[in-house]
Design a protein. Structure first.
Lengths: 494, 494
């Protein structure tokens, strides 16, 4: 079976026919990856860092081709794709900086101590080791930064794992270029190219083949709650269950206080519209739910500003179709005001659409409180006094935001939101996720399936596990645990 | 409904009738815990450390009563119970030392930087926060160190969570004393006693009530693979799945090389018997599977030494019954030699029983390759050349051990075992788990359900999650994230 990419801009096919991988292909890929996983696991910090940087160099050198291909396959703007390429290489470089130090190995050495309490202890030494082969599922909405060699794959490779990555069928040619880049870097560094492969295809069965293969040790996923749940269930159903690090849905609620509205109603309205329409509303951190005191100027600014704006076509026909039918359903709810932007009839184009309603209507119509991927937001008129109770009723979120002023007492609201979210934002908008040590991209279910982050260097620890060695002679210890410490990794001793 | 503890020594009841908690009781306990969880979460490092140490002091002050009660309920020796009490307080004290430093909060502060690559970044600050209410399931085999205030509960409380712990029905009176100790310490420290409660009962439904309550945020469990799997499945079936940190079964394979046998056959035989019978064979790190070259002296030493030994009665009637029927089944397998220790007819007494067979018979009879809780071990005669292939075929293990000499080339075997195990041991026996930074007590499924350790200070991170704060004014930030840093916690800045 073959399939072709589609251009969202005009709905026509793009690139050559692509052969879908068979179950046997997938099994072979995984077996080959497993048979060479130890080549990655054995790399010295310096060689490992060199590999990560070399991947970045190969991706950078394909920039022109990547921009042309990804823009055609996603309808995302050139500037956005260029930024994503940079972000992708930066991710590899940040991991290279970490891996080079050996800090991620978290070496701890407790030497033998006959006087230790509560009992004498033997020589015990611990370090983090990679898992083996990790399956990565590419996201649709970041064709580079969260795709086959995006944050999840970079984390897994930086942790020393081999990777088999499922290409997203909405940007398969972009994924194929990236595969060549990574394999090229592996080859240049003297490591088998089988350590990284991508699976192409549209069949939902591919997910099962990957998730259920006994050689797969962990799964990284960025996508919808529905697919994330399928993966979590598949992984739990295995004879040997494996962890699934899924980053899924989030409403990213935004609370606007009375004093903020009084101070900067117009700026807030425009800021909200811009944030919600960024990337055609296809960001996992899109503000999808806004709680705001009823303010005529705020609502009117939204209405007039939105009316002037169109967005680029959505990433795929199925995303555009789901968006349009969700919007049509929400518009039918009585007690909901519908605000429209400028329609686009190009390819997979849609009409940006906001909704204004009240909390009572939203509670009675749960669809209003679900994530709708694309350029839409539900604005709920509500008194500031209710923010605490509303926040308490929400599920897990990647982000929660408060727009207020110094005069607001929001300590309790912040405390509630911090229990519901991975990131709490004050006087900002949630779109934009800095690649930095202090970033958490993840949060309580359903925003993610584990208490980890998928952005920032801490993401590496998802794909490692601690192993202790007791009483081994120096020569039999992993290099990082030896007293001579030839790699000069940080060793926490006794 | 009520139930009573039993004395394994003579099979008679011990202590008063104990009322089983109802579903409503359990729900109430969890709700009360949730309503006071923030009291723990808000403690300063100094106050938090004080609470942990005070729990230790209260447990220590109940030592006499605990020894008498636990010895009666478990038939474990006074010295062992005394050691466990010490270990339990040491665990709290070690966590107190960590919590006092604030290091576990893993504070990272990235100040705003307009020149940051790949994009300007706002002020972002991250710390680890507790989850809320954690459910802990006490182990049968460590009535203190892994029971209601054992390693899992200590980890969860040290992380700042409220705890509802299921008492093990084989030592309910011991658990009740511990509950009074912890509640007493909470009260002394000015924290609501509802932050820690225990659930008493024998009904399997209690597991469901705890695991499915929407206010429970994570589960800690030490016990069998069967119950661990039930918990993992229940947690995954929830509308909001939660993590289960289960420490389950392990065979703890032991490989003995030709040169080791040639050098110290008798010491190895006696060491193996002693390790396998320690605590009546009821250790999760009991060596349950031994691969050894066929050596007449080794086998004969095992046989004569074992014949002289009896063990204390097992922890409960159900454990003793399961053991005896498993032993009877294994003894029926053709090609298996049965070695017996001294029978005990006291209470829940059993006969220590070892088996000697070959790899072919073991492969044809999978029961020989399963964990059998109690004083038994399966010795498999096998050539050293086969150790690598055998190791490759085994499932996940808490520990794997090699007994060899300097002349052995075991690098490859160590590498294989490190992929299968949480701890690799050279020239030792696996029983005995030091409470130390470099310890890993956990390993690939089924030995544990996640890539974490349940012993040592790193166990705390199972019950925390990272939360980032973006752009917040100093006064609205959690104390540990403020520039003034009044708690003087380690802050990794930029």
């Amino acid at each position: 079976m073959t399939f072709r990419a589609m251009k969202p801009m005009d709905g026509t096919p793009f690139g050559d026919e692509i052969a879908e991988h068979s179950q046997n292909d997938v099994t072979q890929m995984i077996q080959k990856a497993a048979s060479v996983a130890n080549e990655l696991a054995k790399l010295s910090p310096a060689d490992h860092a060199k590999l990560l940087r070399t991947i970045g160099v190969h991706i950078e050198s394909a920039r022109e081709q990547l921009v042309a291909t990804a823009c055609a396959e996603t309808a995302l703007a050139e500037g956005r794709i260029g930024g994503e390429i940079t972000r992708t290489t930066v991710q590899f470089n940040r991991f290279a900086e970490l891996v080079e130090t050996g800090e991620h190995l978290k070496v701890a050495i407790d030497k033998a101590n006959p006087d230790y309490s509560p009992a004498p202890r033997p020589d015990i030494r611990k370090l983090n080791q990679p898992l083996g082969v990790v399956a990565i599922f590419a996201a649709s909405n970041f064709p580079l930064a969260f795709s086959v060699a995006g944050g999840d794959a970079a984390s897994a490779i930086a942790a020393g794992n081999a990777v088999v990555a499922k290409a997203h069928p909405s940007h398969p040619n972009t994924c194929a270029i990236i595969e060549r880049c990574v394999k090229g870097a592996l080859k240049e560094c003297g490591i088998s190219e089988n350590a990284f492969s991508i699976v192409q295809g549209v069949s939902p069965q591919i997910t099962h083949w990957l998730a259920l293969d006994p050689l797969i040790q962990a799964i990284g996923f960025t996508g919808s709650e529905i697919v994330g749940r399928i993966l979590v269930d598949l992984a739990a159903s295995r004879e040997v269950p494996i962890p699934v690090f899924a980053e899924m849905g989030s409403l990213n609620p935004l609370f606007i206080t009375n004093s903020a509205i009084a101070e900067r109603s117009e700026a807030l309205a425009k800021g909200l519209v811009d944030s919600a329409l960024m990337g055609s509303g296809q960001f996992c951190t899109k503000p999808g739910l806004v709680f705001v005191p009823d303010d005529a100027q705020f609502m009117s600014t939204i209405k007039t500003y939105l009316a002037t704006l169109a967005v680029a076509p959505l990433l795929s026909k199925s995303i555009a179709d789901r968006f349009s039918s969700a919007i049509a359903e929400l518009a039918k709810i009585s007690g909901v005001e519908v605000l429209s932007g400028t329609a686009s009839s190009q390819g997979f184009g849609v009409t940006p659409t906001f909704f204004i309603t009240d909390w009572k209507t939203a509670q009675a119509n749960p669809h209003l409180l679900e994530e709708h991927f694309g350029p839409t937001t539900v604005i709920i008129k509500s008194a500031q006094d209710n923010f605490g109770a509303i926040a308490q009723s929400l599920g897990g979120q990647l982000t929660s935001t408060i727009q207020g002023t110094d005069s607001d007492s929001v300590a309790e609201l912040i405390a509630i939101l911090s229990q519901k979210s991975g990131r709490v934002i004050w006087n900002g908008f949630p779109t934009g996720v800095a690649v930095t040590a202090a970033m958490t991209h993840g949060g309580p279910w359903p925003s993610s399936s584990t208490h980890t982050t998928s952005v920032g260097v801490d993401a590496i620890y998802r794909f490692m596990r601690p192993v202790s060695y007791q009483g081994l002679p120096q020569s039999a210890l992993p290099v990082a645990l030896q007293d001579a410490n030839p790699w000069k990794v940080p060793q926490q001793i006794n």
